[in-house]
Design a protein. Structure first.
Length: 284
């Protein structure tokens, strides 16, 4: 076997060994080359040159092929965990203005409280208008660059102005303290980031969550939120529907209450403008 044959044979062995079983046998390829050279020397030289070029092409093809990866590793690389996906959605939803609608009521009770408003956390500016379980006047709240005002429709035009700077709206006040601060989107985002929260996929752009809240009250036995989060096309939080079940113990008696809450968020990035009331009484 000539020097060229030896070099070609060695390289073909390397390439063919890495190819599927359907690749042509090395010896057959070399044998065809030798027979050609016997017929004509020039043809033999050209055949050897073409063989070298063929090896180069095979090597180039082999080098450019992507490395084989097991299906499980590909899946793990492409599919992000639901926890990370939800945390990313929360991060996209924070620090930007939004409109909000909150509907809350005791589970099984047809009477609900509805709160609508808007908020810009960057400027601490926003408003809330909330109905009452008893009906009648609508509770109103305004936050203008951190200055908080409260009033009500149907009352006189005088608003209360509270001292200090405020960075959020009082959803617990608007909802009569029914669900605490958990209806506040800012607080709700924090709940969804809880390390102890159990997050599972619930369909396209939807996630189910369960989280046990910590309570400062010694009378609270347990406080659990279970619900679903829906993302919008921009991968931001669009809706959170949950039930919050709280068990209390007082004077040896245990009571349980469950609130059903829907928080809808929309129009992210929309400017929020709030005018300060003209008639105010400063609360001391």
């Amino acid at each position: 076997m000539s020097s060229i044959d030896e070099q070609v044979a060695a390289r073909l062995h390397e390439v063919v060994d890495a190819e599927p079983g359907s690749a042509p046998p090395v010896q057959s390829m070399l044998l065809r080359g030798r027979r050609g050279r016997r017929r004509r020397r020039m043809v033999g030289v050209l055949t050897g040159s073409f063989a070298v070029l063929a090896v180069g092409a095979l090597v180039a093809t082999t080098v450019t092929q992507p490395a084989t990866t097991s299906p499980s590793s590909v899946a793990s690389a492409e599919v992000q965990s639901p926890q990370l996906t939800l945390v990313a959605a929360v991060a996209e939803s924070e620090g930007i203005s939004y409109k909000v609608k909150v509907t809350a009521g005791l589970k099984g009770d047809p009477v609900e409280v509805t709160t609508v408003g808007a908020f810009d956390p960057d400027t601490a500016t926003g408003y809330l208008n909330s109905s009452s379980r008893e009906g009648g006047n609508v509770y109103q709240e305004r936050l203008a660059n951190g200055v908080r005002f409260t009033g009500c429709s149907g009352c006189d035009d005088t608003w209360k102005q509270y001292p200090g700077e405020h960075d959020r709206l009082a959803y617990d006040r608007a909802l009569s303290g029914a669900v605490g601060a958990s209806a506040d989107p800012q607080q709700l985002f924090a709940v969804l980031r809880e390390s102890g929260a159990k997050i599972t996929p619930a369909g396209a752009g939807s996630y189910h969550f369960e989280v046990s809240l910590k309570s400062k009250s010694s009378a609270t036995i347990s406080d659990i939120m279970i619900g679903d989060v829906t993302l919008n096309a921009d991968k931001r939080i669009a809706k959170v529907a949950y039930e919050r079940t709280t068990r209390h113990e007082k004077d040896g008696t245990t009571s349980t209450s469950t609130w059903a809450v829907n928080v809808e968020l929309s129009e992210y990035g929309t400017a929020v403008e709030v005018a300060k009331p003209t008639r105010v009484v400063v609360v001391k």
